[in-house]
Structures are given as C-alpha cells and as structure tokens.
Design a protein around this ligand. Structure first.
Ligand code: GTP
Ligand code: MG
Length: 369
C-alpha cells in the first residue's frame, strides 16, 4: 500500500518538497512530488527529519479485518444482479416487471417500497437479488469506492434500436469488473424489432452470443408483455450456478451500503446489502463514517425482519448519519469501538480535505511561477 505523496509528507512535516525528494534520492529512491510513498520509504524519510510515522487507521481498522472463512462454513447464496443499458432501452420496465411478477401474493398488499435493492423468489424457490440503482452509478460510484457487489450484469438492448454508446459503456464496465453478462434483447413485441441485427452487432464487437455459436447468454424479451423474462431469469440462475456463489452466514455481518437518506419521521434509513454473516437487530454497525445500533430492519416490502443473511438487501434504522453508497459496513462486538473508528475516519476525511486544499494552492503557485 502507498499512502501520501512526497508533497503531502513535506507539508505534514513542514519542510519543502525538494528536501523530501533529495532525501529520497540520497536513499537511492527516485520520486516526483505527486508520487505516493510506501510505508517503508515514509518511515525512513520521516526519520531523516526526526519524525516518527504512526499509521493510526491501520491499527484501529484491524478490529474490522475479516478472517478467511473455512470452506465448510460457506453456504450457497443468491446472486446479486445489476441491470444496465442505454437510455430508454427498458431497464426500469424490466426491473418493474420482475418485481411485480414476483411479489409474494398477499404480502403487504403487494405494495413495494423503493429501497434501492430487492430480492425475488422464483417458482423453483431460487432467489435473485436485484440492485435497483441506475446500473452505471452502481458500477462507477460503488467501484470508485472499491466496492464490488455485482455478481452478474443484465445488459438490456432495445431490439428496435442499435448498440448504443451506453450499451458499449455498460459492456466495458462489466468486463472491467470481471462480471459475466447476460444480454436481454428487449422490446421484441414491437413490429420494428430486429433482435438478429443486435446479435450481429454484438458479434462484430467480438461478443458471440449462444445463437451465434458463442458462450455469452442472451434472451429475447419484452419487458412490456413479459415474454422471455422467465427464460432470462433462468439464464441468470444458470450463470450464478457456474459462479458457485457462497458466503458464511454464521458470523457478524459485513457488506455494502446501497443508499441512505434522512427520513423525517424515522431518522437515517440505510439500505445495505449483506455480503457475509447475518445482520441482526441490536447489532452495532459501522458504515463509512457512521455508526449505530440497529433498531429496526425492513425488507423491500416493508416487512419487519429480525435478521438478514448473505445476499439480502435490507433497510436499517439506527445509524447516526447517512453513509455513502458503496461504503463498506461491518458489525462490531463493541459499540465504543464502532464509534471510535467512525470518529477517526471522519477526522481523517476532514484532514484530507484540508490537505488537498493546501495541495491545490501549492500546485497553482507552482504553475504561476
Ligand atoms: P432510462 O432510465 O431513462 O435510461 O430508461 P430505461 O432503460 O429505464 O427505459 P424504460 O424502462 O423507462 O423504458 C423506456 C420506454 O420504453 C418506456 O416508454 C417503456 O414503456 C418502453 N418499453 C420498455 N420495454 C418495452 C418493451 O418490451 N416493449 C415496448 N413496446 N416498450 C417498452
Ligand atoms: Mg430507468
């Protein structure tokens, strides 16, 4: 891991960047002012100037470091799926169709709340968790924060249109993340639909779908009539089976924040995706720079639940703020520890923003000279 830049170290120690660079040079290390230094170099350089480096976060964060699960503790878990595609190609329609078709009859009168993610149970009893955030955001914002939550990407392409810029973008996001793609060639109910043209276009991009002798799954669908949607979900499950997705449900929960907001009546509501362990009422949660005891949990149907295992999307009450989408969350044994780490992270963030501000000023002066 690399930490701060040569310039930032200089600022922290109140010496010039040139002094840092020449100190490094005398140690046989060539650095530029915007280069990040690793722990060892940092320690040696700091020592040269009579400072000692203290890696504060590292120590504190050790408390939340996860141990590897023993293979026998791993249980199958539902796939987490993101829907992506070009504007108006039918992402929302597909998600809505799937959600409405699979709402368990009679439950809360079938009224669904929007909580950013939802799980569906199929007829065969299998479950799929859908991330209901705009696909690109799910990938860009969350991945920028180091969170990888998606197992499979459904990329929707309208059969009465072409492979469009955002289609290409979605494909490259999924490929960069190493997430398998299932294509949903949508709007086949339209007389102008030409699914073969889309598949040909994909083939020209070196993406051979099964009909074209390739390995990538695709399904012609209509999000409007529901044609092909079950087959699409079957293909998603097939893909999931090949991934052999597993998690350990028998430990303190951890996962990722999907979204969070302040509700007038209920306080901060955070939707999280449990990725490991089981989240329970009364647990102490640390999420980004926020913490708190879980007071209540609800699923996407507004149903009160007491615990949530791997791949469950769940909205929780009780955090002292709104963490950001993509923040990791962890359950800690100790409430005080959760608070301390949250406070330390906030402090570091503040310091960092002060430092970056100073950084910019120095940079600008440099340029003017
Ligand atoms: P953005 O969120 O704006 O990027 O669009 P989207 O991809 O979510 O598309 P949306 O589901 O909003 O659908 C766009 C339009 O296409 C709407 O008018 C839908 O009714 C229509 N539409 C979606 N799927 C189908 C389909 O299978 N058949 C037909 N005929 N129309 C569809
Ligand atoms: Mg939409």
């Amino acid at each position: 891991t690399e930490f701060v830049t040569a310039q930032e170290v200089a600022t922290m120690m109140g010496v010039s960047t040139t002094e840092i660079i020449s100190a490094c040079m005398s140690l046989g290390i060539m650095v530029t002012m915007n280069q990040r230094l690793d722990a060892e170099t940092l320690s040696i350089v700091a020592d040269e100037f009579g400072f000692e480096v203290e890696f504060v976060t590292a120590d504190l964060e050790e408390a939340i470091e996860e141990r590897e699960d023993a293979p026998e503790d791993l249980k199958p878990r539902a796939p987490i799926v993101t829907v992506m595609g070009h504007v108006d190609h039918g992402k929302t329609s597909l998600l809505d169709y799937i959600r409405e078709e699979n709402v368990i009859a009679g439950e809360s009168g079938g009224i669904t709340q929007h909580i950013g993610a939802y799980a569906v149970s199929l007829d065969g009893g299998q479950k799929i968790t859908f991330l209901d955030t705009p696909g690109h955001e799910a990938f860009t914002a969350m991945r920028a924060r180091g969170a990888q939550v998606t197992d499979i990407a459904i990329i929707v392409i309208a059969a009465d249109d072409d492979i469009m810029p955002q289609t290409r973008e979605a494909i490259s996001h999924a490929q960069a993340a190493g997430v398998p793609i299932v294509f949903a060639i949508n709007k086949v109910d339209k007389p102008t639909a030409n699914p073969e043209k889309i598949k040909e276009g994909l083939a020209n991009m070196n993406l051979l779908v099964e009909d074209w002798g390739g390995k990538i799954q695709s399904q012609d669908i209509s999000a409007k009539t529901g044609q092909g949607v079950n087959e699409l979900l079957e293909k998603v499950l097939l893909e999931a089976e090949m991934l052999d997705l597993k998690a350990n449900p028998d430990k303190l929960a951890s996962g990722t924040v999907v979204e969070a907001f302040l509700d007038k009546g209920r306080g901060y509501v955070s939707t999280v995706l449990v990725q490991g362990g089981t989240l329970k009422i009364g647990d102490y949660v640390l999420a980004g720079t926020c913490s708190g005891k879980v007071k209540a949990m609800q699923d996407e149907r507004g149903k009160i639940v007491r615990e949530a295992g791997p791949s469950s999307p769940i909205s929780i009450l009780g955090l002292d703020g709104a963490p950001q989408a993509g923040d990791k969350f962890n359950v800690l044994e100790d409430e005080k520890e959760a608070k301390q780490i949250a406070a330390k992270r906030s402090q570091l963030l503040r310091e960092q923003s002060v430092r970056t501000q100073r950084h910019i000023t120095l940079d600008e002066i440099g340029r003017r000279i």
